[in-house]
Design a protein. Structure first.
Length: 301
């Protein structure tokens, strides 16, 4: 019996198949490795969903590797991704990471640093602008006549933390205020660290009337310490922060924040990586996306 299918028989077979049933998968363009601390930030899930959606649209496979947000684990999972022969890497670098990035750049592995920007100019990066954004938060507080404005800064090993300290200092300078080291405490980019940093500032001199919090994870700790002390946010302590959290708009008072365009970061990261893989010799690019100002009552207005 012949294995040949006539056109009529083929049309009948196609009609019998569900229109949702894919007869074949499209060819995979590239295999992308994503190395990130899956639970490092409240928005990690949204970032990963955005990366996967953009990769799928481009016909790319994604392999996720959890770095645990530590340099040692990051080095191990990046080695595993390279052994798995991925074509390029999207990396959310851990605090203190230099060796892993240096290795990727030295070996010519197409790489994009995502969300946490560095001062490097030899690798593609995408994240949100921090310096002028945080300066705008400080100015917003000075317009409410605050003069003793404290800062809960993030992990000093992260480039974004250093950028946001620069933004805080710029905002003070623009408002004609002097920088006071006693009004700055490092919250280590964790809720617990931020709670301890807030306690130090509130117990110190001068005690701040307003706080700028450098990331969303630390806002939880600041809220906790204020509540523990019976301090009313908005009326007794003004509060602004960097990050976009659903809970921050549901608490009372809602928190004034700068919302990171997380989905746009994921899409842009994939675009940059595809461009790098298609043209390995093009100059490295740093894409800075603008955060969106979300006004709440936590700032006292």
């Amino acid at each position: 019996m012949s294995g040949y299918l006539s056109a009529e028989r083929l049309r009948g077979l196609m009609t019998a198949l569900s229109p949702e049933l894919r007869l074949w998968d499209p060819p995979v363009t590239y295999r992308i490795g994503v190395a990130m601390g899956v639970h490092a930030n409240p928005y990690s899930g949204e970032l990963l969903r955005s990366i996967r959606a953009a990769a799928a649209q481009a016909g790319c496979d994604v392999t996720l590797a959890d770095t645990g947000d530590t340099v040692s684990e990051e080095a191990a999972v990046v080695r595993a991704l390279r052994a798995d022969l991925v074509d390029g890497v999207l990396l959310v670098p851990s605090a203190g990471d230099e060796a892993v990035i240096n290795g990727l750049v030295r070996m010519g592995v197409p790489t994009v640093l995502v969300d946490r920007l560095t001062a490097r100019n030899d690798v593609d990066q995408v994240g949100t602008e921090s310096v002028h954004a945080v300066a705008s938060l400080v100015r917003h507080l000075t317009e409410r006549r605050h003069r003793k404005i404290g800062l809960i800064s993030g992990d000093e090993g992260l480039g974004t933390s250093r950028e946001r300290v620069r933004g805080y200092r710029l905002g003070l300078e623009q408002a004609g205020l002097r920088f006071n080291r006693e009004l700055v405490e490092c919250g280590l980019s964790t809720p617990g660290g931020a709670a301890r940093a807030t306690a130090k500032l509130l117990d110190g001199w001068p005690s701040p009337t307003a706080l700028v919090v450098a990331d969303e994870s630390m806002l939880v700790g600041v809220q906790y310490e204020a509540h523990r002390r019976g301090i009313k946010i908005g009326s007794e302590l003004a509060l602004v922060g960097y990050g976009d959290m659903d809970w921050a708009r549901r608490v009372s008072p809602a928190v004034t924040t700068l919302a990171q365009p997380v989905a746009d970061i994921g899409r842009r990261a994939v675009q940059l990586l595809l461009s790098r893989m298609a043209d390995p010799d093009r100059p490295p690019e740093t894409a800075l996306l603008t955060p969106r100002f979300l006004h709440g009552a936590s700032c006292g207005c």
